[in-house]
Design a binder for this molecule. Structure first.
Ligand code: ADP
Ligand code: MG
Ligand code: MG
Length: 893
């Protein structure tokens, strides 16, 4: 018989950590904790297969499910010492969703299930009436919200009015009788809104909650989250039903969340928050400000309220021991949830903790040094894309600051932007090209798209574990949370802080590293790339096989790239040099000249400038390989457009402006995209290629002398389709090398190769490789000509469709997807079949994309080349690719 239900509790479990696919992350880890003998309230997990079955069978459950749930409930009842549905001493349970991958805030938990008008009396009679009615009102609120679909704010309004009428400020001020009155109002509300009374039968409640969890798998929030995080719909969610333990049983009870290390910095210190006499999500909801778990953290934060360490020393000692046990067991930093019921500690959840990149690096390096993980594991633990966070600027310490307010340093990095007060405005501003800081009292899953669009997030409520903080850290965006001294008025769209009132559109800067909120735009500093980052990069460099180069044409880019660890230049475009002010006139003269003589005259003006460009690049790169691509774009891109520009060029050429206009018209008639550009330019006007080749070789000689490091330039012919084209241009380059060599009396070493960026070139690769010494895959054009979309195209044209859910998949084609990667593979194989040592690299935007880099490893390219700021990302991704590829090879053997 199929098994749909797995129990846990009392030091045993039918499941285990590796059963995440079946039990969901939460259920599998609860089972694991139970197996480890940790104090976990007993319960059971209904598997993700039930979810799959449910959707495959018109929302029906498998026939055996009811009996299996009922047997599991009995088992839990035995372990807990009370029976579900009992009117004398009822077992209360929580119903918790839990998918394979954690989906924070996407699906809601129902607590205290099993309470009814009848059972609440039994619980009250057993001792603590306030506790009983507090639990019941929580249950009604949660159940009505999650299962019955009534909005929270209905209930909040009733509670707030009651508090106002009776002069209460905190929930903890209310006693049993107060809650009883509120419960009456709550139930009336449910009946009015739904035309049905609040369900009183515990079994009806339980099945209602289970159905709601499965139902929530297909709610809009969950679907959006899955799309953003590439989680397949087929995975499904599990449901965990677990005996309740109570953090709201008075002053010796508490509930909290913690990280086994600091999730912002990675420091090896227990880090967390708790609330006395509270339940469930109270800590993260920001209703009350939570207290620190450790005394050290309390001293640091200057909080006056006692730490858990001081308040409940025994429970704290056990808890910190368990945190250590979990870290050693999972060999990773954990994010745990716990409850203390009358001094007794219960563990409710553990999972790998989300962390900033800075923390990820520190934890990985520390754990490797502690002997917990290997270097390879340390390398694999870091998300390459996340390194971007470290490359974010921080506020210049010497800059003047007008501090408006201080909140919690919830996610590092600094950002400036105009303030907006809702997600729609954030998205609209972003689309209009403006930078914004999203200011909210607190955020919820509905704000995800606004958070995506914003440069940074500022909230006035909530702690380090609030929704805003957790999500911002995940996104790598700066966030200041819980800036309580700021007053936000959504209606007026203003915020007031430190005696100042700012309106929507006013500029602020937030510093997610210190928690400061500053007026105006503040100067920023580039980050230091030392410490754990440097250590991990050294390990990554040792582990990777592919080289990492950069795409750079300006000295500033080249210098930055070298600092980020670039081992050469994979692509230096020369057209940008031509657009330079002071040169463009000479360029236009060259293009519009009538004959070769005119062109050569103009080119002679350009030669010294072009040579100086290369000398500078070669000197910066100090003998590292530099690939220079000959002029590529359609010539009409350089043409003068305004009357003034035309007049200037006409004067330089000594012709009438009208004649110039006609010549420009003529040039426009060539096919501008694929035809008259790339190597076709050099074939029609060989003198252009000759001038560039001369500049390259003369510069190589000069820079080699200056730095003492011989320069071996790689001259790249663009947009070749067949070998004959390449050969024509190569002949000119070779001749020029010989000429310069003779003039200078030195031997010149160099390589001539081509950019492979047309599907035809990929298919012709064997033939082209007969004369080309290297290929560099220009995957931007290759993607476009394979009818994929570049990353920019995808973002520009299809982003809105993705957001609105019209398209399921990001149409950007990574190399591991069918099409472009296949062409690269074909070209690599064919090229090598003729020239086994042909050097293969990639210089399109894919060279900085981790998924594509993984693909490059599988076809054994020699190097990837990417923009300077992506060089560290590429170094790490290449290392991970090598490790994973090595592992795959071993397991295949
Ligand atoms: P999420 O996935 O949103 O974190 P959880 O299922 O972990 O949701 O539930 C949220 C909170 O509810 C937990 O952190 C815990 O405080 C509380 N909770 C869940 N189950 C129980 C239980 N059996 N006893 C007491 N508290 C519980
Ligand atoms: Mg939650
Ligand atoms: Mg949880």
């Amino acid at each position: 018989m199929a098994k749909w239900v797995y129990t846990f509790g009392d030091g045993k479990a039918e499941g285990a950590a590796e059963m995440k696919a079946l039990l969901g992350g939460k259920g599998a880890n609860i089972a694991e904790m139970s197996n480890l003998g940790l104090p976990v309230p007993p319960g059971f997990t209904i598997t993700t297969e039930v979810c799959t079955y449910f959707y495959a069978h018109d929302r029906q459950y498998p026939a055996e499910l009811r009996d299996q749930v009922s047997a599991a409930l009995d088992h839990v009842g035995q372990l807990a010492g009370r029976r579900f549905g009992d009117v004398e001493d009822p077992l209360l349970v929580s119903v918790r969703s839990g998918a394979r991958a954690s989906m924070p805030g996407m699906m809601d938990t129902v607590l205290n299930l099993g309470l009814s008008d009848l059972t609440v009396q039994a619980v009250a009679a057993a001792g603590d009436a306030r506790f009983a009615y507090d639990s019941y009102r929580r249950f009604i609120t949660m159940y009505s919200n999650v299962v019955l679909g009534l909005d929270h704010h209905h209930f909040e309004e009733i509670l707030q009015t009651y508090k106002d009428d009776n002069g209460y400020s905190l929930d903890t001020d209310l006693g049993a009788d107060d809650w009883k009155e509120i419960i009456v109002a709550y139930k009336k509300l449910v009946e009015t809104e739904l035309g049905k009374p609040f369900p009183q039968d515990p079994h009806e409640q339980l099945w209602g909650a289970i159905g709601a969890v499965f139902g929530s798998w297909m709610n809009a929030r969950a679907i959006t989250y899955r799309r953003l995080h590439d989680i397949p719909e087929s995975w499904g969610t599990a449901v965990n039903v677990q005996a309740m333990v109570f953090g709201n049983m008075g002053e010796t009870s508490a509930t909290g969340v913690a990280f086994t290390r600091n999730p912002s910095t990675g420091d090896k210190r227990l880090y967390g928050e708790f609330l006395v006499n509270a339940q469930g999500e109270d800590v993260v909801a920001g209703i009350r400000t939570p207290q620190d778990i450790t005394e050290a953290a309390r001293l640091e934060s200057g909080s006056e309220r006692p730490s858990l360490e001081v308040l409940m020393p025994e429970a704290y000692a056990e808890f910190s021991g368990i945190c250590q046990t979990l870290e050693l067991h999972y060999r990773d930093m954990q994010d745990v949830e716990f409850t203390i019921e009358r001094g007794k500690l219960w563990m409710l959840q553990t999972r790998a903790g989300k962390r900033t990149t800075k923390a990820a690096l520190k934890v990985a390096v520390d754990m490797c040094r502690e002997g917990l993980i290997s270097r390879d594991e340390a390398i694999l633990r870091i998300d390459p894309a996340g390194l971007d966070q470290l490359l974010h600027p921080t506020i210049d310490p010497s800059a003047e600051r007008t501090v408006l307010a201080k909140g919690l340093p919830a996610s590092p990095g600094a950002a400036s932007g105009e303030i907006v007060f809702n997600s729609e405005d954030a998205v609209a501003a972003k689309q209009a090209g403006r930078k914004v800081i999203l200011v909210r009292i607190e955020t919820s899953p509905e704000d995800i798209h606004g958070m995506h669009a914003a440069e940074g997030i500022l909230t006035t409520r909530g702690g380090m574990t609030s929704h805003a903080a957790v999500v911002a850290r995940g996104m790598g965006k700066p966030c200041v949370s819980g800036a309580g001294s700021i007053r936000v008025d959504y209606t007026a769209e203003t915020l007031t802080a430190g005696g100042k009132t700012l309106r929507k559109g006013d500029m602020v800067t937030i510093d997610g590293g210190s928690g400061q909120v500053l007026a105006g735009r503040v100067p920023m500093l580039q980050p230091e790339l030392s410490g754990d980052f440097a250590t991990l990069m050294v390990w990554a460099d040792a582990a990777r096989r592919m080289g990492v180069r950069t795409n750079a044409e300006t000295p500033a880019d080249a210098r930055a790239a070298v600092q980020f660890g670039a081992e050469g230049i994979g692509l230096s475009r020369t057209e940008h040099m031509f657009f330079d002010e002071g040169r463009i006139v000479a360029v236009r003269e060259m293009i519009l000249a009538d004959d070769e003589k005119g062109r050569r005259q103009a080119l002679a003006k350009l030669l010294p400038m072009q040579r100086a460009d290369f000398v500078e690049l070669f000197e910066i790169m100090k003998g590292k390989p530099v690939t220079i691509r000959l002029l590529d774009p359609p010539l009409h891109e350089f043409l003068p457009k305004t009357e003034e520009e035309i007049a200037e060029v006409a004067k330089g050429l000594g012709v009438h402006p009208q004649k110039l206009r006609e010549r420009a018209e003529e040039l426009h008639e060539f096919n501008p995209m694929l035809g008259f550009r790339g190597c076709r330019l050099a074939i029609s006007y060989p003198e252009i290629a000759e001038m560039q080749a001369r500049a390259i070789f003369e510069a190589a000689v000069e820079a080699g002398k200056a730095t003492g490091e011989p320069v071996v330039p790689e001259v790249m012919v663009p947009l070749v389709a067949i070998r004959q084209e390449f050969d024509l241009v190569k002949a000119r380059i070779d001749a020029m090398a010989a000429a310069v060599s003779k003039e200078k009396g030195v031997e010149i070493k160099y390589h001539v190769g081509t950019m492979i960026e047309l599907p035809r070139a990929c298919l012709q690769a064997a033939d082209i490789a007969r004369t080309a010494e290297f290929f560099s895959f220009g995957t931007n054009d290759l993607t476009q000509t394979t009818y994929g979309l570049s990353r920019d195209d995808a973002a520009q044209f299809l982003g809105p469709y993705l957001q609105r859910g019209i398209l399921e998949q990001d149409p950007f084609v990574t190399l591991d997807q069918v099409g472009v990667g296949e062409l690269v593979k074909i070209a690599a194989e064919r090229g090598r079949s003729v020239r086994p040592d042909i050097k293969l690299g990639i210089c399109g935007e894919h060279g900085g994309d981790p998924a594509s880099i993984r693909f490059c490893e599988t076809v054994a390219l020699d190097y990837v080349s990417c923009s300077p700021f992506r060089v560290p990302i590429a170094r790490l991704a290449a290392a991970q690719a090598a490790i994973e590829h090595g592992k795959a090879a071993v397991s295949e053997a």
